[in-house]
Design a protein around this ligand. Structure first.
Ligand SMILES: Nc1ncnc2c1ncn2[C@@H]1O[C@H](COP(=O)(O)OP(=O)(O)OP(=O)(O)O)[C@@H](O)[C@H]1O
Length: 240
């Protein structure tokens, strides 16, 4: 494992205009696995991910990347509605490698290989803008995957997708993890959390309230708040 892990977040705060959006987040992530971030609307889940990838400057606290400085490369984020460049499917992926100093031919070779792995082989010349929602999300995952990030942040990547497109994204996420990328993913889909997650981070009101292995979280949540959250979101019984 690279020196980026364990990732230690201590007392992380984000207080725009004095409002505590992140209100002292403490979290430690070991170097392997898929962690699902759950919690009610407005809990600060997306802000936490954006802070980790440098899109938001925290008001206080520390992020210790395994004792190293914040990595220049190695942390990538995929959003619910990914932006596509006005270019081909292949170029959308290949351009992600440009800052890494990789030559054009090799960029295209690697992009084509990863497009095949996300089920977009044969679509290289198509315009990325005209892909379906599920295809765009797979392209966004390919764009992240091609850079072999150490940490991949996924913010509700399946929120607008139908069940089969969701299943496809889940397959890809598992493969990215198998390739050695640490994954931190926000979802409101509790079934997805049980299918994909090794562990669960439960957030509310800008804090991490619980961090537990996924089975334990759903079978025996530590707090009444988490219990109510699970009950409110789960229309079916869990059978572990
Ligand atoms: N850049 C920002 N500056 C100021 N406030 C922000 C910023 N980004 C988000 N917020 C606020 O922080 C709060 C938490 O937002 P966040 O998007 O992290 O919630 P969330 O837990 O991801 O919720 P949801 O499940 O609805 O997506 C919200 O009230 C939001 O308006």
């Amino acid at each position: 494992m690279s020196a980026m892990f364990p990732l230690r977040i201590r007392d992380l705060r984000f207080q725009p205009n004095g409002r505590a959006v992140l209100d002292g987040v403490d979290l430690e992530l070991a170097g392997d696995g898929i962690t699902l971030v759950l919690g009610p609307n407005g809990a600060g889940k997306s802000v936490l991910l954006r802070t980790l990838c440098g899109l938001i400057e925290p008001s206080g606290g520390t992020i210790d990347w395994g004792g190293t400085v914040p990595p220049k490369f190695g942390v990538t984020m995929v959003f619910q509605h990914p932006m596509m460049l006005r270019a081909s499917v292949l170029e959308n992926v290949a351009l992600a490698l440009k800052p890494h100093g990789i030559g054009r031919g090799e960029r295209h070779r690697r992009a084509a290989a990863v497009l095949a792995r996300v089920g977009l082989g044969g679509r290289e010349a198509d315009s990325a803008r005209y892909l379906s929602g599920g295809e765009k999300q797979r392209l966004a995952l390919a764009r992240a995957w091609v850079t072999a990030p150490r940490l991949l942040l996924l913010d509700e990547p399946t929120a607008s997708l139908d069940p089969s497109a969701t299943a496809e994204v889940e397959r890809i996420v598992r493969e990215i993890r198998t390739d050695g990328t640490r994954i931190l993913m926000v979802t409101h889909n509790l079934g997805q959390a049980t299918r994909l997650g090794d562990d669960v981070v439960f957030m509310s009101a800008g804090r991490v309230r619980e961090h537990a292995p996924v089975r334990r979280f759903f079978a025996k949540p530590a707090s009444q708040e988490a219990r109510l959250f699970i009950q409110g979101e789960l229309p079916w019984r869990m059978n572990f």
